[in-house]
Every structure is written in C-alpha cells, then in structure tokens.
Design a protein around this ligand. Structure first.
Ligand SMILES: [Zn+2]
Length: 229
C-alpha cells in the first residue's frame, strides 16, 4: 500500500492519496508552499515494514525530528512527521489508521460463548434434578401416612418408620426448594459474566450474536476494528 502526502493547492490542506482515494487533513491554509503537491511517499509492505521516501530530495521532511530522504522505520502512535520549511507537523499513524484498519484476533470468544452455553445447560439439568427431588417430597409423605396405619413394629418404636419417611420427605423438599431459590441469582451471574467477557478486544463494547456471525461480519460494529479467528 502506497500513501502520497502533499499540499492540496485549492485548500492548502494536507492531501493524502491512497490507491485512488483522497483524504484532506487539517485546517485550510495550514500547509504552506514549501510543501510540494507530491511531497512524501509512505510504503506499507505486506510483511509490515514501512518506508518513508522524500519524493523530491530537495523537499524538507523530518521523521521524529530528524531530516530524512528515505527511511525504513517503525510506526507507532507517537511517530511525528514534519513537512516543509515551516515544519507542518502531524501524527502519521492517525492518518494511516484511516486507511488501514487494525485486525484483532477474537478466537478466545469462541470459548467464552461455548462455556456460557454449557454452564446454562448444566443449570437446566440441575433444575430438572431439583424438580425431581421436590416431586419425591409428597411421595415420602404419603408413604409415611400409609406406614403409620400398619403394624410392622410394636411398642414405642412403632412410629419410627413414619418419622424416618417424614424426615426424608422434608430433606428432599428442603434441598429441592433451597437450591432452586439460588437459580435466578446463578443465572444472572452467568449472564453478567458472559456480557463482561464477550466483548470487542479493541474497544471493549459488548458483542451480540454467535461467534460465527462475528467472524462473518468481519469487524466490530462499534469501532470497526477487523476481526480474525
Ligand atoms: Zn470494537
């Protein structure tokens, strides 16, 4: 990818041309005549290396304060370029980012959503068990009643089977109801945890939809950073 930086003669703003697309940058009349119409070339190569070339060696161009003719360099948010005798200054990466969108990996989001789904499913299975336990409560209660009218045992221990069955009934009822009362809390916690983790790695906004939908969309709906697996 090749960027050409120069002065737009009509507006005297910085003009950037990339693959036929043009961007005007900065205030009108901010770029003086010592900046050429085609002043500086930036090459961004496929291997990520970047090279700045002063198109006319007589042009004044500085990279991070140092005069350059042609230079391979590392681009970051602090990279400053100055053009012309009066040093029209700009942050190079702010402009590059307008044309080259960043790409981030979202592979870890697949584990996040799969883990969330599994936890939800486990919770549903747990709820079914709780229902089954609650269902046993009246069964044991009824059995206690039936056993109470039979004479399996004699004397004071006669009531023992009924008492045991009532205790069992109470146990299943208690466990079934008490653990079920925690379900909404657990569910809300799972949802919250999911929303906190299923986010754009770049801007932190919550994302919606399946992992495959995110890959198909190919970018964050909020910051437009590109997504890859
Ligand atoms: Zn984003």
């Amino acid at each position: 990818m090749e960027f050409i930086f120069g002065r737009d003669p009509a507006t005297c703003r910085l003009k950037i041309t990339v693959e036929g697309k043009t961007l005007l940058w900065g205030d009108p009349n901010s770029v003086d005549n010592s900046v050429s119409r085609q002043h500086l070339k930036l090459e961004v190569n496929d291997d990520g290396t970047k090279v700045l070339t002063n198109i006319n060696p007589a042009n004044a161009t500085k990279l991070n304060g140092n005069a350059i003719i042609k230079k391979k360099f590392e681009l970051d948010d602090n990279t400053v370029v100055e053009l012309g005798m009066n040093g029209y200054k700009f942050k190079l990466n702010e402009i590059v980012k307008k044309f080259i969108k960043e790409t981030v990996s979202i592979g870890h989001l697949k584990q996040v959503i799969d883990g969330y789904r599994k936890a939800k499913l486990d919770m549903q299975i747990g709820e079914r068990k709780q229902n089954a336990m609650r269902g046993l409560m009246p069964v044991f209660m009824a059995l206690a009643g039936v056993v109470g009218f039979t004479d399996i045992l004699e004397g004071p221990i006669k009531i023992l089977p009924s008492v045991l069955l009532l205790l069992l009934s109470g146990y299943f009822g208690y466990v079934g109801f008490v653990s079920a009362s925690r379900n909404p809390l657990k569910g809300a916690e799972l949802d919250q945890n999911f929303r906190n983790k299923y986010v754009c790695p770049k801007c932190g906004h919550s994302l919606n939809g399946e992992y495959s939908d995110l890959l198909n969309a190919g970018q964050c709906p909020w910051c437009h950073t590109r997504f890859k697996e």
